[in-house]
Design a protein around this ligand. Sequence first.
Ligand code: HEC
Length: 123
Amino acid sequence: MTLRQTVVIVAVTIGFAGTGMAWAASSAEVGRRLAMDGCSTCHQVMLAQKRPQPVFDPDQAMTISAPTFAEIARKYRGRPDALRRFILDPKHPMPEQDWDAWDLRAIVTYIGGLPRGSISRGR
Ligand code: HEC
């Protein structure tokens, strides 16, 4: 293989890796927005947000506080499939939501990318 061919292959490989990383980053950004829309009435998604009110569970006739996203990220670290399953088939009083596969993946990517034990401050 010539040096020129090697350079081309390396450049293409780096290009693909870069695209993958950019995809993961933008997917997490989309996930954050979806989570603010779909989860933040009950869950503290970001630090800037006031901790939401506990949710009434008619089955147990009591109110239950939803865990913060920091707690969720800790509990499900390295287990995106389990997290996805829970969101699709949640325990009461968390409602079932109808997510399309891409949006759900974005939310799971966002939660999986939260720094250990914390939620993002910004925006
Ligand atoms: C209407 C309120 C509500 C909404 C909206 C909601 N949740 Fe929940 N969620 C809860 C409550 C309450 C619990 C605690 C359930 C329990 O412990 O019985 C919970 C628990 C969870 C858990 C913890 C499961 C565990 O193993 O402890 C995860 C993960 C979760 N929610 C993710 C989400 C995500 C992601 C969204 C948005 C896509 C969302 N929830 C939207 C109320 C909500």
